[in-house]
Every structure is written in structure tokens, then in C-alpha cells.
Design a protein around this ligand. Structure first.
Ligand SMILES: Cc1ncc(COP(=O)(O)O)c(C=O)c1O
Length: 418
């Protein structure tokens, strides 16, 4: 692993390498930020043009039936299902992760109250993504519940007979650490508590088995490892045993049993369709479909297990090479060292210059991002990254550190989005 030829050899035998040609790759860029916004598939603008000029432009309102726009949320849910271990017709694409989390946490609270009216505790983790915590705070206030935030390592110790709902993000956004979904879910179920999994950093990144783990609820976004485009709609999954027990709180017409009967009273659709609220965003969903079709193609190359295996190798090589080449410059590893405990991301910290180092690196064509406090994040998307990208990225990182380019004032002024 000490010279570029080693990485070139790995690229030459990489079974996933043909999938790189599915993406629009910006020139002179090594893109290590697919954990924030995935690269655009080449099929996406073609599909967008078709939807705009033909389906919207020429066919207009007829396209709800003719192009089957009306069933896009369920069709896309079924394309995401194999990536998250869900059965058919159990997942629907709609709204944002934040909104879908609101729906499922509301449902989980109602089920928990039916089971154990005295239980008041929702638990999450201190470094969970803030939107999850904000949504939980809102619902706690409405339903007189309390939100307890614990350290990641302490989750085991809070699973007891006081727990109503456990709300966790499967892969931590800051460190890339993975929770053991099967073990935590079964431990929570042993105490008759419910578990919600946020899959934002898992879907399309690591194999997930919601049904096998008997999870209760899951939500996730599609703009990161699923490459659905900026702000592309999210997904929601509810275990079939819960889905018709509770009416989710955002009772819009698209979740009605018969939306085109225009009835006065709300009657939820059966199954996951009831988690829809308003009119689906057809342009965004159509573009997302072309991204999900790349994952269908990837099944012919080993699917999610092969994708995750390559991610583990890419991230392990990045860690080893960065620790060797950039030793003595103040970087330390934030992500788990064990590849089985790490998703497709490597996070490093730096005591004084994390933000500026990322900015200086971006100026040299290696795109990562920054997260508070002091974390440099690098996402590794096996569908379009090469092993030589690992070598080249580390060499650029070394040159930024050695030459102290990051100390220039141009790199320290924080922009709105980091
Ligand atoms: C774990 C997690 N949950 C939720 C979100 C954001 O949700 P939304 O798409 O509603 O903005 C993110 C965004 O990065 C995330 O990392």
C-alpha cells in the first residue's frame, strides 16, 4: 500500500468498476462527500428532461395516470425495500426525513402508551443528528414524555422497563459508527419498548435488514448514498404489525383510503400508503428513480454486500495511509478502527484547523466536509470511487498539512453550509 501502483492494481480487479460510468464525474475532483450529497447519475438529467418536456410539457394532467405518477411514492418505496431489508409494499417515499420522523415517532408514542400508559421515557443518543432530537423534543412536549440523551456506549444500560421508545440513527453522522441493529432491537423488545431507526447514513451504504431485525419503524433520506439529488424526498418504513394500528398525525388526502372520492371525513389507506400526506414531488421523485435504478444494476455486481465490502477496504486503506503519510500533523481518528463497526465514512479530528484543512483540500480538488466540533468527514461511495482516489486524496491531504496551506485566512472564514 506504499505506492500508487498498489491502488492501480486494486482498481484493475475491482468488480464494481463498471458502475462508475453511470455517474457524471466532475473533472479534476475526488469527491469524498457522497455521505452528504451523492453524485448525479447520468440518467438523472435525461429522466428530468423526459418528465418535463413530455410528461409535464405535452401530456400534462394525463400523466398522473398515463405515466403512473400517482404510484411513484409506492414504486420508489419498493425499489428502496431490498436495500433496507423491507418487504414489498412496506416502504413509501414522501416528504423529508424530519417530517417522516415526526409521523413515526407520533405513532410509536401512541402504541407505547397503549401498551404501558405509565411509561414516559424516550431515549436517544447525545450525538444523534439534531433534527431527530428537535422532532423528539416537540413530540415530548405534546405528549408529556421526557427525552433522555445518553452516550452511545451507554445505550445498553438504559434499555429497561421504563423505556417507551428508543430513537437511534443506525450510522452516526459525525463518526460513521454503526449500531448493532439486531442486538439493540431485540434487547428493547425484551422490555416491550419500540425502536425507531434513522437510516440516513445507512441506506445505499451498508446492508440493512429491517425485517430480519424485527425493527418497528425506520426513516431515511435519499440524497446521500442513494444519490437522489439535493433535497430529494425521504422514505418511511413501518413494520406491518404496527402500520394499521395508529393513524399517523399528518392526515393529508394522499394518505386517504380513496383520495379521489373527495370525502369529508378522513379514512386512512391500508398499509404504508397511509403515511403519505400531500401531492408527491414528481420531478424530484422521477430523478430519484433513475438513481435507484443504478442500485438495481448493482445487484448484477454483488449488490449491497459487494458495495459495503469495497467501502470497508476503501476506508481501511484511507485510514492506514493517512496515519502513515500525515503522521505528526495533529490528526486523530474519530471513526471506529474496526471496519465491521464503521460505515462508508472516515472522520478525523484536528485540534485547531479542521475547517480550514477541509477548505484547503477542497481548493486542491478533494471534496470532504466539516462537522462541529473539529471533525473532518470523508465519505467513500464505492459505486463511483476508485482505489487510486484514496491514494491521491491522502497525498493532497499530506501536501495541505506539510505546506500549511490551510493557515491562509482564505480558508478560515466559515461559510453558511460547512
Ligand atoms: C441522521 C440524519 N437524519 C436526518 C437528516 C436530515 O433530515 P432532512 O432530510 O429532513 O433534512 C440528516 C441530514 O444530514 C441526517 O444525517
Amino acid at each position: 500500500m506504499t505506492n500508487r501502483a498498489f491502488y492501480e492494481n486494486l482498481d484493475a480487479i475491482d468488480p464494481l468498476s463498471p458502475l462508475r460510468s453511470e455517474f457524471h464525474l466532475p473533472p479534476d475532483t475526488i469527491y469524498l462527500d457522497g455521505n452528504s450529497l451523492g453524485i448525479m447519475p447520468l440518467a438523472a438529467p435525461i429522466r428530468a428532461k423526459q418528465v418535463m418536456l413530455q410528461e409535464w410539457g405535452d401530456d400534462l394532467i394525463a400523466s398522473w395516470n398515463k405515466a403512473d405518477w400517482i404510484n411513484l411514492p409506492m414504486r420508489l418505496g419498493n425499489k428502496i425495500a431490498p436495500l433496507i431489508g423491507a418487504g414489498q409494499d412496506e416502504t413509501v417515499v414522501c416528504d423529508s426525513t424530519s417530517l417522516n420522523l415526526y409521523k413515526v415517532l407520533y405513532s410509536a408514542i401512541q402504541i407505547a402508551r397503549k401498551r404501558h400508559p405509565a411509561r414516559r421515557k424516550i431515549v436517544s443518543e447525545k450525538t444523534n443528528f439534531p433534527t431527530d432530537l428537535y422532532i423528539a423534543q416537540s413530540l415530548c412536549a405534546q405528549f408529556d414524555m421526557s427525552l433522555e440523551l445518553v452516550d452511545g456506549e451507554a445505550i445498553d444500560s438504559i434499555i429497561n422497563d421504563d423505556l417507551a421508545v428508543l430513537l437511534l440513527t443506525h450510522v452516526n453522522y459525525r463518526s460513521g459508527a454503526i449500531y448493532d441493529m439486531a442486538q439493540i432491537t431485540s434487547q428493547a423488545h425484551a422490555h416491550n419498548a419500540l425502536v425507531i431507526w434513522d437510516l440516513c447514513h445507512s441506506a445505499g451504504s451498508i446492508p440493512v435488514d429491517l425485517c430480519g431485525c424485527q425493527a418497528d419503524f425506520a426513516v431515511g433520506c435519499t440524497y446521500k448514498f442513494l444519490n437522489g439529488g439535493p433535497g430529494s424526498p425521504a422514505f418511511v418504513w413501518v413494520h406491518p404489525q404496527h402500520v394499521d394500528q395508529i393513524t399517523q398525525p399528518l392526515t393529508g388526502w394522499m394518505g386517504h383510503a380513496t383520495p379521489f372520492a373527495f370525502e369529508t371525513d378522513y379514512q386512512p389507506a391500508a398499509g404504508i400508503r397511509s403515511y403519505l400526506c400531500g401531492t408527491p414531488s414528481i420531478l424530484a421523485m422521477s430523478v430519484l428513480e433513475s438513481s435507484l435504478d443504478v442500485f438495481l444494476k448493482a445487484q448484477g455486481y454483488g449488490g449491497m454486500p459487494a458495495i459495503y465490502k469495497k467501502a470497508q477496504t476503501l476506508t481501511s486503506l484511507f485510514i492506514q495511509l493517512a496515519e502513515k503519510e500525515c503522521a505528526g500533523f495533529g490528526l486523530s481518528l474519530v471513526s471506529p478502527r474496526d471496519p465491521e463497526k464503521r460505515a462508508s465514512q472516515v472522520s478525523l479530528s484536528h485540534p485547531e484547523g479542521a475547517y480550514a484543512i477541509i477548505q484547503a483540500l477542497i481548493a486542491q480538488g478533494v471534496v470532504g466536509d466539516y462537522r462541529e466540533p473539529g471533525v473532518l468527514r470523508f465519505g467513500f461511495t464505492p459505486l463511483y470511487l476508485r482505489y487510486t482516489d484514496v491514494w491521491d486524496a491522502v497525498m493532497q491531504l499530506k501536501s495541505v498539512l506539510q505546506g500549511e496551506a490551510w493557515r491562509s485566512d482564505t480558508f478560515s472564514a466559515k461559510q453558511t453550509v460547512t
